[in-house]
Design a protein around this ligand. Structure first.
Ligand code: NIG
Length: 377
């Protein structure tokens, strides 16, 4: 089944392809060009001057959870600081939930994101923290998300010894979870895991063939960025507090700096130094960090709007970071881009240009969405 889309007011491809029309064939983009030269297709859809861009690639979420942390959020808005300790509240609720309940939470949030133009989602384990709870989190995540990351090293479970727990994570837990995941991640931060503990987990994961990611520099400067670059991690996520050395290290590496502005706002931190990273030549991605504690939003548009209005990114930089940048953070070139051969994940805005994402902050602008070549919204 092929579909010819015409009448595109502004086409953002993140590739060399240009034009005002494109053809989807099966799950892929088959052709991009000017409508005057368009090949025949089974169906034709006129988007009447609307902007078309790749679907959002949300490269950082934590969707396998149960329970609610509204009270913690309310207390924070009344002045209490965010700490990693809140993760334990979600761990307790997640361990008590049934498989069906957890599966429904992931399904619901992936569907909520799709309605807003997110066509590709990475999600993590990390609220189980026992071998069996991490395995079931990974299995359930894999039912709904495009990419799954093992985050057994999210927090040392309350009452457990940190070094003993690290041995469990890098040994038995990693062995059990590895078949379900492509990535391993560590929360390298004060109150979570230090440099040596994080490195021990990540090197064990790399030896198992997993790709690496790091949560780093979220609550203060620390070794997360250094470790991520040293191990050639695909991304280091948060990057809220960076030294000049961190910025330099990222700019001369393949490690993507994934910025999570909704999290910084929800935890009352500063916003990350996007301009310094971009000006130094680092690759920047934007992601939602959807989770019940530090960032309970699935809205990539909100992240893009914030990046433009408050982080001095241009609209083009922010949209690239939330599409091709997310793909780069997952070391993929088949999503976040519109070109022949790419996955047909398209986001049609109810606006003539991507500039409206920042020009009309807070206005829901998703008109329609194709995912894997199927009209999803
Ligand atoms: O990315 N930083 C660590 N993990 C999550 C927070 C999860 C939580 O508070 O439940 C994050 O912000």
């Amino acid at each position: 089944m092929s579909v010819l889309i015409t009448g595109i007011g502004e086409l953002t491809t993140n590739s060399e392809s240009t034009g005002d029309a494109l053809v989807i064939d099966g799950e892929q983009v088959a052709w991009v060009g000017s409508s005057g030269n368009a090949p025949a297709a089974d169906e034709r859809v006129d988007v009447e001057g609307r902007a078309v861009l790749p679907g959002w690639v949300d490269s950082h979420t934590h969707l396998v959870f149960a329970g609610d942390r509204t009270a913690e959020f309310g207390a924070r808005m009344a002045g209490k600081p965010y700490t990693a300790g809140g993760i334990a509240v979600t761990v307790a609720a997640t361990r008590n939930a049934t498989d069906a309940e957890l599966s429904e939470v992931v399904r619901r949030h992936v569907a909520e994101a799709l309605k807003q133009g997110t066509t590709f989602v990475e999600t993590k384990t990390g609220y189980g923290l026992t071998v069996s709870d991490e395995v079931r989190s990974a299995r359930i995540a894999a039912e709904h998300a495009d990419e799954v990351t093992f985050l057994g090293a999210h927090l040392v479970p309350p009452g457990e010894d940190a070094d003993t727990y690290v041995e469990l994570v890098r040994g038995e837990m990693l062995d059990a979870v590895a078949p379900f995941v492509r990535w391993a991640d560590v929360f390298c931060e004060k109150g979570a895991f230090d440099y040596d503990q994080s490195k021990a987990v990540l090197t064990a994961a790399a030896a198992k063939g997993l790709g690496l990611r790091v949560h780093g520099n979220q609550l203060g400067e620390g070794p997360g960025v250094r470790l991520a670059v040293e191990l050639d991690a695909a991304s280091v996520d948060h990057c809220t507090y960076l030294s000049t050395k961190d910025v330099d290290a990222l700019s001369s590496s393949e490690t993507v700096a994934t910025l999570l502005p909704a999290c910084d706002l929800s935890t009352r931190q500063s916003l990350p130094p996007a301009r310094a990273l971009l000006d130094a030549g680092a690759t920047v991605a934007l992601a939602s960090n959807c989770n019940p504690g530090s960032s309970y939003t699935s809205s990539m548009a909100f992240c893009v709007t914030t990046a433009v209005l408050q982080m001095r990114m241009s609209v083009e930089e922010a949209v690239w970071a939330a599409t091709a940048g997310g793909a780069r953070a997952l070391r993929r070139d088949d999503v976040g881009v519109i070109r022949p051969g790419a996955r047909a994940d398209l986001h049609v805005l109810d606006a003539p240009s991507i500039t409206h994402l920042a020009y009309r902050p807070g206005v829901p602008l998703t008109h329609s969405v194709w995912r894997r070549g199927e009209r999803a919204i």
